[in-house]
Ligand binder design. Structure first.
Ligand SMILES: [Zn+2]
Length: 837
């Protein structure tokens, strides 16, 4: 049970940010479901497009987890920063005297105000969870301040883990406490456990303040007691050389870390704070036993502690704001790296993780600030994954390049644009829905003048990925709107000429305007009513044939034909030889549009309400055109969707499961393999089993495709690999969960191999076409379409000529005979489906 979320119930939510952090990269179009319990219930790549999705401007990250804080020390901000040359303020110990002066003056009211102020600033900075290392226990009543800290966090709405400290002595060798320190005193272990257990409604941790304040015997009992209670254990290890010297003098020349290592107990629940002067070998031994380190770069800088050696920590690092003189987690991340740069004269020092090299510095820093903090506090947060707490921060970063967004946020600048704790938005995010709806004007009626009114981009100021069009050698065709319209009008009713004229319009995703204008003109000239629906600066086309007398047809057609106006870059114009039409969009989907136009025109000549047309933008990128089309209120019984399906009516659009497998090993000399475990061996075993597994297949729907697309791992040819990872992509004919279960089952057979889902999409089952359509071949599509993004009560029928294997490549083409036969094929499909209405 956690303070911040225990008594909050939220309605179910679905959010979709411009970019969502998956743990390794930002992805577009990720829908995150949040349950009423404040837990992430789904993370999907736009599996549907219902209207209950809240669009979030900015980049969505897991909320920052602050693993170490003393909230009341916020009141010391700005104090003690005037120095005389001989001042004792010039050391840590001088600062500590200042802190004790504050402690002497702090009543319950002031103490609470300090905590509220501090936690408020943490939320402002995107920190959603704080590990409050709490040793200031007593006010007028014993342990009065323990509950005040918890109350303050609850009031502010931040998630808290109360790391309640044991504090018995003033220094190594059982030195008596000073007057100020009496307010920290825990008299004996029994009383300490009793107090801790009385707070069992809250998320807690066990703490020994430091080797100065806790005798090694009690230290051992505290570490064990935490383990027995399944709670995390935290301790200030050392940040000053003097405390190491004191420890050595008192305890057989042992460093504080050695004292801890000599405990005969697993340390995988232990987080040690600072570790500024730890010896490399001892640190390696500590992390090998599962320990973690909390580094607090800004505090360690402010207090002149020194710079820790990070490499032996093997990435088992989390971050804390400690004295809270400055609360900025991006800056903690930045200075973790900058400190190392200053110390070593090398950049990317944080990348040197144990014996391996992690090239993505920013992702590694973010991992410390989120996932590792959550691990240190024993909180199920820190990742955007199903089952994790819905704690998020939204950042606004002025950066267009997705690869540079995170480095820009950490090393440049970013503004917090929303904070969510357990599904509750404690700092509002801005939603693009307001601007989107302001932009969703649907123009009814005949409009050929497309130059005005539709150029305003509703998402201005937000990062948008635009497809870059390579300059084309033959790109000299006039691409003005007037020229595009003229070429299409000149093509008339000849399907090859019409397809050519459409291919010759450059309409890569994001620049479909002239394509839409030309199609509109062609239809309007033939008596169609074309409504243009703005999608940013482009527009979708909703087309219905007018009555013969020119009146608008009010009965909506029951059958629609649909495809997309955009093509993938780079654009290149058409060429034709005896057998084929070549050019960008020749099969995906300009030829299909030409065939649909002529088929629709032929059909409506005789029956003027027989078929409607829906052409949308951005199918090749974000599907935002089709998502927007849901606002048109079209609800056909049948939607014929054009994609190059090799003249087959599609029974099933395969689903997708993309996941990363990570194997962890134990390094050893390759001549003595019994001393370790190779992560690569384990990974080969897992991959072998997965590739040999009989995943679902059927005669009609085909097979489940498995592709191991990427493998990396190992540190040296003569060493057992410490880590190995592999990225897998499955094309599914069944639900992603059935395959994921198998993958996880295989992983679980190995010592330390885990699977992480990057994206998943259900297959689209269209096997109903078996009973609907006769005279066509059936097949399976291994590519994505707009179908899952359109909400309607009817059924989709996916069909087109040309092959998807000839699309998206420099040889893109369609055979002329396939193009010509597509017109009667669409006519036939519409007629068959109309008969079923
Ligand atoms: Zn501290």
């Amino acid at each position: 049970m956690t303070v911040a979320s225990s008594d909050i119930t939220q309605p179910n939510q679905r959010i979709c940010a411009e970019w969502t952090w998956t743990g390794t990269s930002f992805e577009r179009g990720i829908f995150v479901g949040i349950g009423a319990d404040g837990v992430i219930s789904s993370v999907e790549l736009s599996e549907s497009s219902d209207h209950n999705v809240n669009h979030v401007d900015g980049i969505l990250l897991p909320g920052f987890v602050n693993a170490h804080s003393h909230a009341f020390q916020r009141l010391l901000r700005g104090k003690g920063e005037v120095y005389s040359s001989a001042s004792k303020h010039n050391s840590f110990w001088g600062w500590r005297d200042e802190m004790y002066n504050l402690v002497n003056t702090l009543g319950a009211k002031e103490f609470k105000a300090a905590c509220v102020l501090c936690f408020t600033e943490m939320l402002d900075a995107g920190i959603t969870c704080v590990g409050e290392f709490h040793y200031f226990h007593h006010g007028d009543m014993p342990y009065q301040y323990d509950s005040i800290v918890l109350e303050a966090a609850k009031e502010v709405g931040i998630r808290i883990v109360l790391l309640n400290a044991y504090y018995e002595f003033a220094g190594c060798g059982k030195k008596e406490l000073s007057e100020a320190q009496k307010r920290f005193e825990t008299h004996d272990l029994d009383a300490y456990w009793k107090q801790l257990d009385s707070l069992s409604d809250y998320k807690r941790g066990v703490v020994a303040h430091s080797i100065r304040a806790v005798d090694p015997v009690e230290l051992g009992l505290l570490v064990r007691g935490a383990r027995d209670r399944n709670l995390p254990f935290h301790m200030h290890l050392e940040e000053q050389v003097a405390e190491i010297e004191q420890c050595k003098a008192s305890f057989d020349n042992k460093t504080p870390l050695r004292v801890l290592l000599d405990l005969d107990i697993s340390l995988d629940h232990v987080t040690l704070v600072h570790c500024t002067h730890s010896e490399d070998a001892e640190m390696q031994a500590f992390v090998a036993r599962g320990g973690m380190v909390c580094v607090c770069p800004l505090t360690e800088g402010a207090l002149a502690d020194g710079l820790p050696n990070l490499q032996p920590m093997s990435g088992q690092i989390c971050l804390g704001t400690d004295c809270n003189a400055r609360i900025d987690f991006l800056e903690e991340m930045r200075w973790l790296e900058y400190g190392q740069r200053v110390k070593t004269n090398r950049r990317g020092a944080v990348c040197h993780v144990g014996t391996t090299w992690v090239p993505d510095l920013s992702a590694e820093l973010l991992r410390y600030a989120t996932e590792m903090g959550a691990k240190a506090l024993g909180v199920d947060a820190g990742c955007i994954e199903v089952g994790k707490l819905a704690d998020f921060v939204v950042l606004k970063v002025d950066c267009e390049n997705v690869m540079e967004m995170l480095p820009t946020a950490i090393f440049g600048d970013a503004a917090v644009g929303g904070v969510c704790v357990g599904g509750k938005w404690v700092r509002e995010y801005t939603s693009s829905s307001a601007t989107v709806s302001a932009d969703s004007r649907v123009r009814k009626g005949v409009t050929v003048d497309v130059g005005t009114g539709f150029v305003k981009n509703g998402n201005s100021g937000t990062p948008q990925k635009r497809a870059r069009v390579e300059p084309c050698e033959e790109g000299s065709l006039d691409q003005s709107e007037a020229a595009c319209v003229r070429r299409v009008m000149d093509a008339g009713d000849d399907v090859v000429a019409l397809a050519r004229s459409l291919v010759d319009i450059n309409s890569t995703s994001g620049s479909e305007q002239h394509m839409a204008a030309a199609v509109t003109s062609w239809l309007v000239a033939r008596g169609w009513n074309v409504a243009q629906q703005a999608v940013g600066s482009r527009y979708n086309l909703h087309c219905v044939r007018n009555h013969a007398n020119g009146e608008v047809n009010s009965a909506p057609p029951k059958v629609y034909m649909n495809t997309h106006l955009d093509v993938v870059p780079p654009w290149f114009p058409s060429t034709v030889d005896d057998t084929n039409l070549y050019g960008r969009g020749a099969c995906d989907t300009k030829s299909l549009i030409a065939a649909m136009l002529i088929a629709a025109q032929t059909l409506t000549e005789t029956n003027r309400s027989a078929v409607g047309l829906l052409f949308v933008v951005s199918e090749e990128t974000t599907h935002e055109g089709m998502i927007k089309a849901n606002e048109l209120g079209i609800n056909p019984q049948y939607l014929i969707v054009g994609e190059p399906t090799d003249a087959k009516v599609v029974l099933l659009q395969k689903g997708i499961l993309k996941c990363t497998l990570t194997a962890k090993g134990v390094a050893a000399h390759s001549g003595y393999p019994h001393l370790g475990r190779s992560a690569i061996d384990d990974m080969l075993g897992v991959l072998g089993e997965i590739r040999a597994y009989a995943f679902p297949q059927s005669e009609s729907l085909g097979v489940t495709n498995v592709n191991v697309g990427k493998i990396s791992g190992g540190q040296a040819v003569n060493a057992l690999a410490e880590e190995c990872s592999a990225e897998l992509l499955f094309r599914l004919i069944s639900a992603p969960e059935t395959v994921l279960e198998v993958v996880e089952g295989v992983c679980s057979k190995y010592a330390d191999v885990s699977a992480k889902v990057i994206t998943k999409n259900d297959p689209v089952d269209m096997t109903y076409v078996n009973d609907l359509i006769t005279g066509f071949d059936f097949g399976t599509a291994c590519f994505n379409t707009d179908i899952p993004y359109f909400n309607f009560d009817g059924k989709a029928v996916l069909y087109g000529h040309g092959s998807i294997t000839d699309a998206h490549c420099p040889r893109e083409y369609i055979a002329l005979k396939d193009l010509k036969s597509l017109v009667p094929a669409y006519v036939d499909l519409v007629k068959q489906l109309s008969d079923k209405c």
